[in-house]
Ligand binder design. Structure first.
Ligand code: ADP
Ligand code: MG
Length: 306
């Protein structure tokens, strides 16, 4: 398993990560979340061995991951990463980019394996296309297929679906995460998208101000967010009398002490998100239908988080 033991790191003098501790078991999916600039990418790069740590140690099983000072060639066979830059070869085809890493296979086997990988990332129609002709999202998919080509034991993914459009995103996520589970490949996914986490991550790490501020299952963090930062990752929420109340936990009732005035309605597909004024504070709640602006309503908290 992956063990990150009390690591600290700074690029210059300013600490980017402080006292980071966590572990990832074999086959487990761990999500790292945090605002932009919170150090997610840096943490993945440290796990990959791209920089030397100021303090602490990182292990995959018995192997210590060493930075450039102690390890001339960055990277290990058991670990692959997909960075935000992709690093593909532009002048050869999708198929060739993926197959490049499969030279140890017999030609027939190699072809079969390449086809399997292309299917995971749904690029069948582009197998023979040169990578330079692809869109950003398509390139990201090639990078994903290439990273899993040689069955790493652990995969590091930095915002892996950020360039992929909504039409493809859902099925691609399912394909990739199912593939990793099926092959018992551990993964660490840096993301700011809850859709990458819910339903897929076994555990979730929240980075804020250089430190881990929460570490638990997505279920537990969702139902007991403890900090507005965590709640905001999952969706629209309100602070009512010190409690965190998600928009869907606030409902219209015929009568209650919480009187509010409707200010805005936003169509969200499955529901409307209503913005209302509750004693001078803006609150958000979900409703099945649109409401008239400036109408008076009564709200009830159906459930809240501690
Ligand atoms: P995230 O991926 O969560 O957006 P990053 O790990 O990219 O965060 O960045 C964390 C902090 O480190 C930011 O303040 C960023 O400006 C800084 N940083 C990132 N890369 C470098 C670098 N190569 N040199 C100096 N500072 C960097
Ligand atoms: Mg980043």
């Amino acid at each position: 398993m992956l063990q990150v033991k009390n690591i600290s790191f700074s690029y210059d003098k300013i600490p980017v990560l402080k006292n980071i501790n966590f572990s990832v078991n074999e086959g487990e999916n761990t999500a790292i979340i945090g605002e932009s600039g919170s150090g997610k990418s840096t943490l993945l790069k440290l796990i990959y061995g791209e920089y030397d740590l100021d303090e602490g140690q990182i292990f995959w099983k018995e192997t210590e991951i060493l930075g450039p000072k102690y390890n001339l060639v960055t990277g290990y066979d058991f670990m692959k990463q997909v960075t935000q830059e992709f690093d593909l070869m532009p002048f050869i085809t999708v198929e060739e980019n993926i197959g490049k890493h499969l030279s140890r296979f017999y030609p027939e086997e190699k072809q079969k394996r390449t086809e399997e990988l292309i299917k995971v990332v749904e690029l069948e129609a582009f197998a023979k296309t040169k990578v330079k002709l692809l869109s950003g999202g398509q390139k990201q998919r090639v990078a994903l297929a290439r990273a899993i080509a040689r069955q790493p034991e652990i995969l590091l993914l930095d915002e892996p679906f950020s360039h992929i459009d909504n039409f493809k995103k859902q099925s691609l996520r399912r394909n990739l995460f199912e593939y990793l589970k099926k092959h018992n490949i551990s993964c660490v996914v840096a993301t700011h998208d809850k859709e990458d986490v819910l339903g897929y991550a076994d555990s979730m790490i929240v980075l804020d101000d250089s430190e881990i501020v929460a570490k638990d299952t997505p279920e537990n963090l969702y139902s007991n967010p403890q900090k507005p930062l965590i709640a905001s990752f999952f969706g629209e929420f309100n602070s009512i009398n010190g409690d965190i109340v998600y928009a869907h936990q606030l409902k219209i009732v015929p009568k209650s002490d919480l009187k509010a005035v409707v200010k805005q309605c936003y169509f969200k597909g499955t529901h409307y998100l209503i913005e209302a004024d509750l004693d001078g504070e803006i609150v958000f709640f979900e409703n099945d239908s649109e409401l008239s602006i400036n109408s008076m309503i009564h709200l009830e908290i159906t459930r809240h988080c501690r």
